[in-house]
Design a protein around this ligand. Structure first.
Ligand code: NG1
Ligand code: ZN
Length: 522
């Protein structure tokens, strides 16, 4: 049975603010930190129950502002394979977070225990976390605190703990194990190649700075990282005029890098919890060029296909790409000419699941969150393959090293950064050659406050509106008037706004189309 007394007692120390309604969305529970106390307590309980449901396997809990301003915080759960929380549990978590009194909370928990058929006698478990400790305490659960770390490292730890001692062991279940796995595979992949010039990293003044510092040490002389915006203790500095979101949205170099970056030199920005990555460089004339998630997907997919071909495994290993509607139309065109491309709804869980259906699935959101998934049969094929030439043998070794370098659980800015560096090293590309794979279509992203964003319903991977009635037809009619025009409207899953995206052959036209579509939305 549920430990009702201790839940009620501790719940009294974490009252739910009465008028607020919480929702577990694509980024977990996300709102102003000052009103999240009761949510963290309850997430502790939900995590304990999720673990019990899964026979005592380890669940992760991440507390982070991610790419948002510091006071805008959040908490999200990590499932045992290092993936996002299963969708049906998002609903349970939402109901539990919104129970108004301690009695209602216990009732909601009882419902969850029954509908999810949780055996409360399942073995106890080792786990992670912070302010949720009272939630754990209420359940009598033990926890392992992973300390201050990046979101992807937490996902790595969760998977490693749960696969320990099995034939699918993911790695040593420590931070040191994570860095060793990344740096060892990176070194194998670049052996014998000319070392790249130093790479500037904008750490968004977030926890990625600590991880990047350790990574820099583990990489030795194979790659030099120059850390910028690494002030993790300065209040208000997190994601402020820096970081992946700033660069992607404002399409500008962080002002703090203006005197650091030399013409021709490449740099990248992480977001606050280091699961997003955006590259950029200044050309010889000092002009800024952004290399976003779409450009990363194009670079990486082309590289992997080439390795598969050289290895002689084209027939057995099919590579595919997953994007969202926000992918630049030019990237979609470039990729579609080379491999299967699927478009899914916004949100990493949709991309991740779609990518799992390929032998090798490359997925990146334009905002820089993404990874590459190798299916288990593909990993087995690589392990058992008997190459017949030295070139085939090298290509297979590289593919195996890539399965180790790339974080298989979630988008990981540092792992993705090393992946990009591997490809640039192999192709002897600078930012400029990479950028010229295709030319981005000018685009504009805008947001509109509306009385009720739930009135906006979409279909076709969010590319078309089915409601409000008639609106899509009016958007279609506008789009036709713009050369290379494309535009769509969807409700945000993380903010109380409706987003408008537009693309056209000319920047002024993309801006105008976005403004006119926004005009239809109000
Ligand atoms: P919403 O608010 O649903 O558009 C945003 C991002 C997503 C994803 C989530 C989770 C855009 C346009 N949308 O979602 O790509 O990263 O946040 O953080 O960037
Ligand atoms: Zn993030």
């Amino acid at each position: 049975a549920l430990p009702v007394e201790s839940i009620k007692l501790l719940s009294g120390q974490h009252h739910k603010p009465s008028i607020i309604r919480f929702q577990y969305g694509t980024a977990g529970f996300r709102t102003t930190a000052s009103i999240l106390d009761s949510v963290l307590f309850r997430v502790g309980i939900v995590a304990a129950l999720r673990s019990k449901k899964l026979d005592g396997r380890t669940i992760g809990v991440m507390v982070t502002a991610s790419h948002n301003p510091e006071p805008d915080n959040g908490v999200k759960l990590v499932d045992p394979r290092g993936e996002m929380l299963e969708a049906s549990w998002e609903v349970h978590a939402t109901t539990i977070a919104n129970a108004s009194t301690a009695d209602d909370l216990v009732d909601a928990l009882e419902v969850l225990v029954q509908t999810a058929k949780i055996d409360l006698h399942a073995p106890f478990w080792p786990s992670l976390v912070a302010a949720l400790e009272d939630g754990f305490k209420a359940m009598g659960a033990t926890a392992r605190n992973a300390g201050v770390t990046t979101t992807p490292i937490l996902h790595y730890l969760v998977r490693s703990i749960n696969t320990k001692g099995t034939k699918y062991s993911y790695g040593e279940d420590t931070e040191a194990g994570y860095f060793a796995k990344l740096s060892t595979s990176y070194k194998k992949l670049v052996t014998g190649k000319a070392v790249q010039p130093p790479l500037v990293i904008d750490c968004a003044n977030g926890v990625g700075a600590l991880a990047a510092k350790t990574l820099n040490e583990s990489l030795g002389n194979t790659l030099e990282l120059v850390l910028e915006n690494a002030s993790t203790t300065t209040p208000g500095a997190l994601n402020n005029a820096c970081g992946a979101d700033f660069v992607k949205v404002s399409q500008k170099i962080p002002p703090s890098l203006a005197n650091v970056l030399q013409p021709g030199q490449r740099a990248c920005s992480l977001d606050g919890d280091a699961d997003r990555l955006i590259y950029y460089y200044l050309d010889d004339r000092g002009a800024f060029h952004m290399l976003d998630g779409d450009k990363i997907a194009a670079l990486v997919a082309a590289f992997i296909i080439e390795l598969v071909k050289v290895a002689g495994l084209e027939e057995k290993i099919k590579v595919g790409v997953v994007q969202t509607a926000y992918a630049n139309g030019a990237s979609t065109k470039y990729l579609q000419e080379r491999l299967p491309v699927k478009c899914v709804s916004t949100g990493v869980k949709h991309l991740h699941h779609a990518a799992e259906r390929y032998n090798v699935g490359v997925y990146f959101e334009a905002n820089g969150h993404g990874t590459v998934l190798f299916s288990q049969p593909t990993v087995d094929i690589l392990a058992e393959y008997q190459p017949s030439t030295p070139a085939q043998s090298r290509a297979v070794e590289h593919l195996v090293s890539l399965t180790e370098l790339i974080n298989q659980t979630v988008g990981d800015a540092l792992s993705d950064m090393l992946l990009v560096e591997v490809v640039l090293t192999h192709k002897s590309y600078r930012g400029e050659e990479w950028d010229s794979l295709y030319v981005d279509l000018p685009n504009r992203l805008a947001k509109c406050s509306v009385p009720d964003r739930n009135a906006f319903k979409t279909e076709d991977a969010e590319r078309r509106l089915v409601s409000p009635p008639g609106l899509q037809a009016r958007i279609d009619e506008l789009v036709l008037r713009y050369q290379g025009g494309r535009s769509f409207v969807r409700p945000s899953g993380t903010e109380d706004v409706v987003r408008v995206y537009a693309e056209a052959s000319l920047k002024s036209q993309a801006d105008e189309l976005a403004m006119r579509v926004a005009g239809l939305v109000y």
